[in-house]
Design a protein around this ligand. Structure first.
Ligand SMILES: [Fe+2]
Length: 314
């Protein structure tokens, strides 16, 4: 059972589908055209959309594309209920992101079975989605523990994904950088406040404990498929190109590119933010520091240069 949005410009078609779905326990809402559908999906996301193709104003293809392009609604299955059975229309539908097609006039038991099966899949993706959002809220809770790093995660997510875009990385990589911004220090949840928030210098044992945040965070991401590309960022964002970083002392290209990117953005944000024990550096001073780290062999000079160009443009 779930909430189904039925979209059709002919009111009789909406009523027909409603009369078939309500007895199965589904909640049915209706919209009269693509524009209304996109608004309804955005305002109160349903579990499934059953949509006519030929409609005035915004047609089904266009509405489907809008739903699938919005990260907040792209996992909602969209089924075209259509009398267009030629393969060109089907291809257009698939290109627009449709999950399934039902031909008009439809076979009632088949329609009900498809609705059941798509709602089942939707429940699985909702579960996965909520696993990821638990992890992200955990990361934000950790950030909240340390008032001085306020906004650090948001800034990192923003700058790292913009950096990824300027390097021409794939959408997947850019979205991993976005999530990595929030999750990179996830493992700090396992570090006691007395060490994490200690104002004075750290003992070597305490420093060793802090370094563990990379390994703990990697473990917390676990086997979540959606975090597959984020885990290397979490584990390796403190590695250095000359092998002097942690936790694995990786060298050169063995350090995943996304982790190198996050490392640069992380250091830059720390330098340009005020902390109780230090003032914020000016952008010019922070740039100088980063170039110094590249000269020392800690970071790839070309990546640092590209990042600083981007900062200068912003
Ligand atoms: Fe870190």
């Amino acid at each position: 059972m779930g909430t189904v949005l039925v979209v059709d410009d002919i009111a009789g078609n909406c009523r027909l589908l409603e009369s078939l779905l309500v007895p199965d326990g589904h909640v049915v809402r209706t919209a009269r055209d693509g524009e209304e559908a996109v608004r309804a999906v955005h305002d109160a996301p349903p579990d499934l959309v059953l949509m006519d193709v030929m409609m005035p104003n915004v047609d089904g293809f266009e509405a489907c594309r809008a739903i699938k392009q919005d990260p907040g609604t792209r996992l909602i299955p969209v089924v075209f209920v259509t009398s267009l059975n030629d393969s060109a229309s089907r291809i257009r539908g698939i290109d627009a992101g449709a999950d399934d097609f039902v031909s008009k006039p439809f076979n009632v038991p088949e329609l009900r079975a498809r609705v059941r099966s798509l709602l089942r899949i939707k429940r699985y993706t909702d579960d996965l989605d909520s696993a990821e959002s638990v992890i992200i809220s955990l990361a934000l809770t950790i950030e909240a523990r340390d008032a001085m790093t306020d906004g650090h995660c948001q800034r990192l997510a923003h700058f790292a994904s913009a950096f990824g875009l300027s390097l021409g990385l794939s959408d997947d990589d850019v979205s991993a950088l976005q999530r990595g911004g929030f999750l990179h220090d996830l493992g700090k949840v396992g570090i006691p406040d007395a060490v994490l928030l200690k104002p004075g210098p750290l003992t070597s044992e305490e420093y060793a404990l802090i370094k563990q945040h990379t390994v703990i965070g990697d473990r917390l991401c676990g086997e979540l498929r959606s975090l597959r590309k984020v885990r290397p960022i979490v584990r390796h964002h403190h590695e250095r190109v000359d092998g002097s970083g942690y936790p694995d002392g990786l060298r050169g290209d063995a350090i995943p590119l996304l982790a190198q990117i996050m490392g640069i953005v992380d250091v830059f944000d720390a330098l340009t933010t005020r902390r109780p024990y230090k003032a914020a550096l000016s952008l010019a001073k922070a740039a100088e520091e980063l170039r110094g780290e590249a000269a020392r062999g800690w970071r790839r000079a070309d990546l640092v240069a590209t990042f600083l160009d981007q900062v200068a443009r912003d």
